[in-house]
Write a new protein. Sequence first.
Length: 146
Amino acid sequence: MQPHKIHILIVDDDSRILALLKQFLNKNNFLVSTANSVIEAKNLLKTSNYDLIILDVMLPRITGLDFATTIRDAGNNIPIVMLTALSEANDRVKGLEAGASDYITKPFEPRELLLRINNLINNYNFKKETNIIKFGNNFYNCTTKE
C-alpha cells in the first residue's frame, strides 16, 4: 500500500505563480490542485479532500481573507498558508485573524515555503490522529478508554 500523498490546494489569480508552485510542489512529492478564484476553490473543496491550502489574499470578487474566515467558520481546521504581496504588519495580522495558520509574503523563498508546509502538515496530522498510547505490545485509546 502506498503512503498517503499530501494534497495541496493553491488558490491564486496569477497563473505564473500557480504553475511555478505546482511544479515545485509536485517535484517535492505533493499532489497539487489549483484554482484561480475562491469560487473555483469552493467547487474543488466539494469534490476532493485537501491537507493544506495555499491562499492569496488579493483575489477577484471574494478575497482570500473572506475565504479563510468562511473555512474557519465552518469548523474546518485545515492548515492555510497565506501567500501574498501584502507585507505590512496590519495585513499579516488581518490574515492571521482571518484564520491563516501561516503568512508568507511575495517574493518568497521556495525552500522556506516547503519547510513551513511540512511543519504545518506534521502538526495537523498529529492533531488528527487518535489519542493512542503504546505500552510494549499493548495499546490504550485515550478517547474510548479501551
